[in-house]
Design a protein around this ligand. Structure first.
Ligand code: TXA
Ligand code: MG
Length: 327
């Protein structure tokens, strides 16, 4: 799981060739995008950067591509994936009904770290929605993602580009560490700006529901809606499994003032302890910090309690899940 893990010779060679070709050709991004679009059209898997975390993309209309996506991800079949599109018009085309409050949130936060749960259009496959009558749609803000989606011209189903149940990737090397040769291409967009997954809002009912706190703070969503968000999930969300987002090490949230004493206690018992700094529990840094702790072989990660405002709610949520019981 280390990000320092050497790439396989084949992988290294492929990457080196890709770099040479691209450097010779001039506009690296344009070539990468064209290649990504071709792979998606052929039913392949393309990992791409978004502002939240890296996604593992497949053509949402190709059953075989979605099948392979689930297999590579190691994800149970009944867990829905988010459909990524280049703009609000394409998002409307995924929905049977795109209510006024969806329009309002889309206008305010797209492109951006927000996923809307709407009733699904007929063409959206059960394998994408986990058999539910709803679909999650989002327009990501990363320029490479937008160019890929725009070039592809359709809907791209994409979970986070990690194996199921593990910490989401926020850097291209995390994707390669996790998925290796199982992914056909990784578009390198550097580290993700936001660093935690999108906020998920179910806008179907009378009461909008925040299913997952994420990259858009609750306060901003509530302000745009002019009302409070309900918080109790009414539908299945795979992020709800207790062990989701978990590194290998056990995670404990501790008040900052007590953290060194707790670390000393554990060390006296012979355990390897990783103490996170306040800057490690900023959204942008969190997942990389958890991956580093695993790479260093920590038994326990001690994290200071994050702020309860802004993206702190999403960070607290991920830390709580990471500290939950393991299967
Ligand atoms: O920021 C993100 O959302 C990232 C990037 C790649 O866009 N994607 C992401 O996907 O986090 P994933 O598959 O790791 O998590 C998607 C979440 C899951 O918890 C899933 O259950 C929920 O979205 N979801 C998707 N469609 C849904 C639906 N129709 N109803 C309820 N939840 C849904
Ligand atoms: Mg995920």
């Amino acid at each position: 799981m280390s990000s320092d893990k050497p790439r396989s010779p084949d992988q290294a060679r492929r990457l080196a060739y890709a770099r040479l070709d691209l450097a010779a050709a001039g506009d690296v991004d344009t070539l990468l995008i064209e290649q990504g679009v071709r792979i998606l059209r052929a039913g392949g898997l393309v990992a791409f950067p978004t502002e939240t975390v890296y996604g593992l993309g497949a053509d949402a209309r190709q059953p075989r591509a979605i099948e392979r996506l689930y297999r590579v991800k190691g994800r149970p079949e009944r867990h829905p994936v988010i459909v990524h599109v280049a703009g609000v018009e394409a998002a409307r085309a995924c929905a049977r009904e795109f209510p006024e409050r969806a329009e309002r949130l889309a206008a305010r936060f797209w492109p951006g770290p927000l996923t809307l749960i709407v009733s699904k259009a007929d063409w959206v496959m059960d394998s994408v929605t986990g058999g539910q009558d709803s679909v999650g749609v989002r327009v990501p803000a990363h320029p490479l993602a937008l160019r890929l989606l725009d070039g592809f011209g359709g809907a791209v189903a994409a979970p986070s580009a990690n194996r199921f149940g593990k910490v989401s990737p926020t850097r291209p090397e995390h994707v390669i560490d996790d998925l290796g040769e199982d992914v056909d291409a990784v578009l390198d967009g550097g580290p993700c700006d936001v660093g935690v997954e999108s906020s998920i809002v179910d806008v179907r009912g009378e009461e909008p529901v925040l299913l997952r706190p994420g990259g858009v703070p609750r306060e901003a969503l509530e302000e745009a809606l002019g009302r409070k968000l309900a918080g109790k999930p009414t539908v299945r969300v795979s992020g709800d499994l207790p062990s989701h987002y978990a590194p290998t090490a056990r995670v404990e949230v501790v008040e900052a003032a007590a953290i060194e004493a707790r670390a000393a206690e554990y060390r006296a018992q012979g355990m390897k302890i990783k103490v996170l700094k306040p800057e490690d529990v900023e959204a942008r840094a969190l997942y990389a910090a958890l991956r580093r702790a695993d790479a260093e072989g920590a038994d326990v990660v001690l994290a200071p309690r994050p702020s309860s405002r802004g993206l702190g709610e999403a960070v607290a949520d991920r830390l709580r899940r990471a500290s939950g019981p393991r299967p």
